[in-house]
Write a protein that binds this ligand. Structure first.
Ligand code: ADP
Length: 445
């Protein structure tokens, strides 16, 4: 729970909310308090000045304080303050509350003398209570009210923000949860697991990457199953042939003469070639082939390889020629593997080219690549088969293939070997006109 993404998001958001709301509350409350106090002081001064002015005018007009009590009571209730006026002897002549009239006044706050000392002798002093009468707002109560209002506002904002965070954190953590669940099920072997995610950004990318991974896993698993099924299927034919011969010999139907033994040997050879091919392919596909890289002159390698198959081609009355530039940069390759690639391509070309045909092996430099091609004037490959010829066990003419001895592994191995050299292999073909297989290998810098 403490380590869950959602809890951490919630905690982080809550902290940010608290800090932000707390800081806003603190600063706003401080500023309003200062402003309210300043405003209170200013209006206090204005009030004081106004009462002083009115009182003094009254005295000037009437020449005495007689009848001032009603005015003082009015001002007292108007301003919400207690106003006390004394004569020059300190005897109260007016009290807005009417309590101290005629009594000697002992002020607790400084008053204001009429007229000011520099204009003559005193005619009276007046006092305004600093605190407002009951029921009148004071600056203090005002700032307390604002503070209370702010506090509630802050609490409400924090609560709303927290609620939003609660739902947001669920929204953010939900796809991660879904991914975890899918990954767990994938781990338990359910390779059909995919996550539905409308998310964009990192989580969306993660979901896409997960789906791509799951798809790859599913495809590899399917390939593995097919591979086992295909392998079993390919092994079954020569094995059942072998068993057929052996049973016939055991039952005395066939005599164990030279011919029978040669047939047995052929089937056994086929089997062992198939097993060798499979092993080679599995090593190459798992990138576990130990490649023995050396700088090689590709022209020389091509010429040597052609020479190896010249007799075989001549027997079929097919001509193999080389179309090579005078000089090509040396390349770092495993010469045994690359000549195996060439042999596979040339063998296929010989097999699929009728009498009188021509096979051309060419090489050329393309930017940082060397391209080597084997072109024949043979039967060609139907367009619908073309994309699949590099797949293992893929044969264009299923029935004829057994006769030619191929199990459909040759081009798969060839492709893996080229890719082990960081190269690419391609094919173009036109039915009835011929095929052109080409592969590239990087030129070493
Ligand atoms: P195989 O062992 O059957 O030759 P490959 O993987 O070498 O298997 O080739 C796959 C299929 O591609 C072959 O069955 C064949 O039909 C076709 N193919 C390969 N090379 C050529 C070519 N030069 N011309 C025509 N068809 C070809």
């Amino acid at each position: 729970m403490i380590h869950s993404l959602r809890f951490r998001l919630l905690l982080a958001f809550a902290l940010v909310i608290l800090v932000v709301v707390g800081a806003i509350y603190f600063f706003v409350s401080q500023t309003t308090q200062v402003e309210v106090r300043r405003y209170g002081e200013r209006s206090e001064q204005a009030r004081f000045g106004r009462v002083a002015f009115e009182l003094y005018r009254y005295y000037r007009e009437h020449g005495s304080w007689e009848g001032i009590q009603t005015d003082v009571e009015q001002w007292g209730s108007l301003y919400g303050r207690r106003i006390i006026l004394t004569d020059s002897n300190g005897v109260v002549v007016a009290d807005s509350r009417g309590e101290l009239l005629g009594q000697q006044y002992h002020p607790s706050t400084p008053g204001m003398r009429f007229p000011p000392p520099w204009e003559g002798s005193s005619v009276g002093t007046f006092y305004i209570s600093p605190e407002p009468s009951a029921g009148f707002p004071s600056p203090l109560s005002l700032s307390q009210a604002i503070d209370r209002f702010l506090l509630w506002g802050a609490l409400l904002a924090a609560a709303v923000a927290f609620l939003i965070t609660y739902f947001l954190s669920r929204r953010i953590s939900a796809p991660v949860k879904a991914l975890t669940l899918a990954a767990r099920q994938l781990g338990q072997g359910d390779l059909s697991q995919r996550v539905q995610s409308k998310e964009k950004g990192e989580i969306g990318e993660l979901a896409q990457a997960f789906n791509a991974m799951a798809e790859n896993l599913e495809r590899s698993e399917q390939l593995r199953r097919n591979m086992i099924a295909d392998t079993a299927h390919e092994l079954r034919t020569p094995l059942s042939n072998l068993r057929g011969y052996l049973e016939a010999i055991r039952d005395g139907v066939v005599r164990p003469n030279r011919d029978a033994i040669r047939s047995l040997d052929e089937e056994a050879n086929l089997l062992s070639r198939l097993v060798d091919d499979l092993q080679e392919l599995s090593l190459a596909e798992a990138s576990e082939l130990k490649l023995n890289y050396q700088m090689e002159d590709i022209n020389k390698l091509i010429k040597q390889t052609i020479a190896v198959r010249q007799v075989q081609a001549a027997a079929k009355e097919v001509l193999i020629s080389a179309d090579l530039p005078r000089k090509l940069p040396p390349v770092s390759i495993d010469s045994r593997r690359i000549s195996q690639v060439l042999l596979n391509l040339i063998d296929n070309a010989i097999t699929h080219t009728p009498q009188g045909g021509i096979i051309t092996v060419a090489a050329r430099k393309l930017d940082n690549w060397l391209e080597i091609s084997v072109e024949d004037s043979g039967e060609g490959i139907p367009a619908e088969d073309l994309p699949f010829v590099f797949e293992r066990f893929y044969r264009v003419d299923k029935s004829r293939a057994r006769a030619t001895g191929g199990a459909g592994l040759g081009l798969a191995i060839t492709k893996s070997l080229v890719e082990a050299h960081n190269g690419k292999i391609a094919v173009e073909s036109e039915l009835g006109k011929g095929s052109r297989f080409s592969f590239t290998i990087p030129v070493s810098q």
